[in-house]
Ligand binder design. Structure first.
Ligand SMILES: *[C@@H]1O[C@H](CO)[C@@H](O)[C@H](O)[C@H]1NC(C)=O
Length: 252
């Protein structure tokens, strides 16, 4: 399991000091809760104090004290470690801040799953000796762990499959793409199978070679347009009939 790093925001997180030059200097403190177990037994509260891009000193709740990294950081750590109140307060944060936040975040995010949107499409049609290429894409799913595989008449296909890694969308969701190169045979059934924590059953998309999805969409839009047209025409005709039957025609 990868390390989960959570940024938390105590009241004073960043101190920027712009002294002297136009570029200025950048002094900041980063608070992290680092853990990899679901019971939070290995939780560490880590405070890093940096100047520009250099970490000068760190507080690690397991060690319970500041440790200097740079020469200046060593001096600062020595001074801060004399403050028992400060050390006790920071040590307690592993419970009050980290474990507490982690629990809330798990309820809000980690234990939730979001069903992938699966799309099966043709990249290249078979031509002469060249194989056909299909693409199966899963979008907007969470969490990251997913499996995409291909079946030919119910049997797993292993060769000529290339898959991307799960890619982060940057909004907690992931996407993945898998390509299959194959030589089509008539009467066969090709399917893309997606397995994910959000669905108890595998999500199966069957490839329909006779009609690409865009064509099916065009037909669907066309036929709904036709039905709508017939309804409007019928309504118009009924309205016209009613109007004309209500009128008394006087012969000349
Ligand atoms: C915190 O300190 C402990 C004990 O020295 C160490 O094992 C651990 O890796 C440190 N954690 C981090 C995130 O630096």
């Amino acid at each position: 399991m990868s390390l989960l790093k959570l940024l938390i925001f105590p009241p004073i997180l960043m101190l920027s000091a712009f002294i002297g030059t136009a570029d200025g200097y950048y002094e900041y403190r980063m608070d992290e809760c680092v853990y990899s177990t679901s019971d939070y037994s290995d939780m560490v509260y880590l405070v890093s104090m940096s100047f520009n891009k250099v970490v000068e000193l760190q507080f690690n709740s397991t060690e319970g004290k500041f440790v200097g990294v740079t020469e200046d950081g060593v001096k600062q750590a020595e001074r801060l470690n004399k403050d028992q109140n400060l050390l006790q307060g920071l040590k307690a944060s592993v419970d009050t801040v980290c474990r507490n936040n982690a629990q809330n975040n798990d309820l809000a995010v980690r234990d939730k799953t979001v069903l992938p949107k699966v799309k099966l499409s043709s990249v290249k049609q078979a031509e002469g000796n060249h194989p056909a290429v299909l693409m199966c894409s899963a979008y907007e799913f969470y969490p990251k762990k997913i499996s995409v595989s291909w079946l030919r008449d119910g049997k797993l296909m292993t060769s000529d499959v290339t898959s991307t890694m799960e890619m982060a969308n940057g909004n907690w969701y992931y996407q993945i793409h898998s390509q299959l190169e194959y030589t089509p045979k008539s009467g066969e059934k090709i399917s893309c199978v997606v397995e994910h924590a959000s669905s108890p059953q595998p999500i199966v998309k069957d490839w329909n070679p006779s009609m690409p999805e865009s064509e099916r969409n065009k037909i669907a839009i066309g036929s709904s347009g036709l039905v709508l047209g017939i309804i409007i025409a019928a309504a118009g005709l009924i309205y016209y009939k009613k109007k004309s039957s209500g009128r008394i025609l006087v012969p000349n």
